[in-house]
Write a protein that binds this ligand. Structure first.
Ligand SMILES: Cc1cc2nc3c(=O)[nH]c(=O)nc-3n(C[C@H](O)[C@H](O)[C@H](O)COP(=O)(O)OP(=O)(O)OC[C@H]3O[C@@H](n4cnc5c(N)ncnc54)[C@H](O)[C@@H]3O)c2cc1C
Length: 397
């Protein structure tokens, strides 16, 4: 967890329960209090669904509190999910106004930078594929880049600029969804782990916790990188595994950039207090949250190349978080064949904040209406039964 002074409002967030008593029934139990679970609770509670969200630790204490906070339509996969990320950004902009708390949503754009001739092709393809699907994206020459971002290093030779993308404070957004869900009637409990889901006669009947059993006919698994362990006991094989991402954050610096700056190797952004967040790796190291010197040293080096003003900045903190990675980098939003009432909302990989609002919106439609307004096909569990293309998710952190 960050120091309390790092995020204003962190102390207002006080859901921690001291009592272990738990309600005995719920329409829907959501497992996990990350961005996916909290956004889902908010959307479902608005439709009158009696939601109980169970989080074993604290809200946003895992991947949702460890990330860079880059959000944007451009993070979708061309041909598959750009419509979803476009919708998600629209929902996020709406929610940011409605949630009743500041979430530090800054929509000043994203710059994907080429730091070498070899990286130009990726940048050009990124801009072209986004434009083809109606997302505003411009290719900028080295001179145009410097007009937009005077602090860029001399090695940045070309860039793709997506003005509609941006960043948010991931803690504040997750807390805001949780608080607003509560105001809409959702029950949110921290410090309560779901030990198992109970299934009888081919349908969900409840969940077991150390505080007792909750009867329910619907469970949404939003347990991030731990979703597969939870479901293995039911014989459901979920291709979700922890992908460690390391990050570092600098001291507060004078304003450098309002944008997300991305190269094929790193991402950075400056927060509302002037700290620059820099990351992030994807490493398959089990559930280890260790940070390593070679990775952080490389981030520091690359960040100085992107913005020379960062070369002398002091690092005040480093950390690692565990992304719920799928083989193709796309989430799993689906029901489970043979287990009625069991719904998956997990595997959001490197772009959970870009997809969280649309995930919650799709879940709301699945649960209250049946038919979804955008296709669920890219997110179906069944896609892993057949060999899949490993999508290159370029809009990622
Ligand atoms: C370094 C890093 C940088 C990133 N940068 C970005 C970015 O810029 N933009 C972006 O969109 N995404 C980014 N991501 C990815 C993003 O953070 C994730 O996709 C997203 O947070 C996943 O949200 P989640 O709610 O599914 O999982 P989590 O936030 O991990 O939440 C799952 C929750 O479930 C709880 N849980 C697990 N098991 C149980 C149980 N049995 N009972 C009760 N609770 C349980 C956990 O305690 C946890 O709080 C980044 C991730 C990392 C690590």
């Amino acid at each position: 967890m960050p120091p309390a002074e790092w995020v204003p409002g962190i102390l207002e967030h006080a859901f921690v329960s001291t009592v272990m008593e738990i309600q005995k029934t719920a329409d829907t139990v959501i497992i996990g209090g990350g961005i996916v679970g909290c956004a889902a609770a908010y959307y479902l509670a608005a439709r009158g669904v009696r939601v109980l969200l169970l989080e074993r630790g604290a809200i946003a204490a895992e991947a949702s509190g460890a990330n860079l906070g880059a959000v944007g339509a451009s993070s979708g996969v061309p041909g598959a999910t750009l419509a979803h990320t476009k919708k998600s950004l629209e929902l996020l902009a709406h929610d940011a106004d409605e949630l009743g708390r500041p979430v530090e949503f800054v929509r000043a754009g994203l710059l994907l930078l080429a730091g070498s001739e070899a990286e130009r092709a990726e940048v050009q393809e990124f801009a072209a594929t986004r434009r083809q699907e109606g997302i505003e994206a411009h290719l900028l020459s080295a001179d145009e880049l410097r007009n937009l971002e005077p602090g860029l290093g001399p090695g940045m030779v070309e860039g793709a600029y997506v003005p509609g993308d941006g960043h948010i404070n991931p803690f504040l957004l997750t807390y805001a969804y949780a608080a607003a869900a509560r105001r809409r009637g959702a029950e949110i409990r921290e410090g309560i782990e779901v030990l198992r889901c109970d299934v009888a006669g081919g349908r969900v009947t409840g969940v077991m916790t150390p505080a007792g059993r909750v009867d329910t006919r619907r469970v949404i698994v939003a347990a991030g990188a731990w979703s597969s362990t939870l479901l293995a006991a039911l014989g459901v094989e979920l291709p979700v595994r922890p992908g460690r991402g390391q990050m570092l954050v600098t001291e507060a610096l004078p304003a450098l950039t309002p944008r997300v700056l991305r190269t094929p190797a790193i991402n950075l952004r400056q927060d509302a207090r002037g700290h620059v967040l820099i990351g992030s790796s994807v490493e398959y190291a089990g559930y280890s949250r260790e940070v390593t010197l070679p990775t952080l040293a490389r981030f520091a080096q690359l960040a100085g190349e992107v913005m020379p003003a960062l070369r002398d900045a002091k690092i005040i903190r480093t950390w690692a978080g565990l992304r719920p990675m799928t083989p193709d980098g796309l989430a799993i939003i689906d029901t489970v064949p043979g287990v009625e009432g069991l719904i998956l909302a997990t595997g959001h990989s490197r772009t959970g904040f870009s997809y969280a609002p649309v995930t919650a919106w799709l879940l709301e439609q699945m649960i209250t209406g049946g038919q979804t307004a955008l296709p669920l096909e890219p997110f179906r569990l069944g896609r892993f039964a057949a060999p899949t293309a490993d999508h290159t998710v370029s809009g990622r952190a």
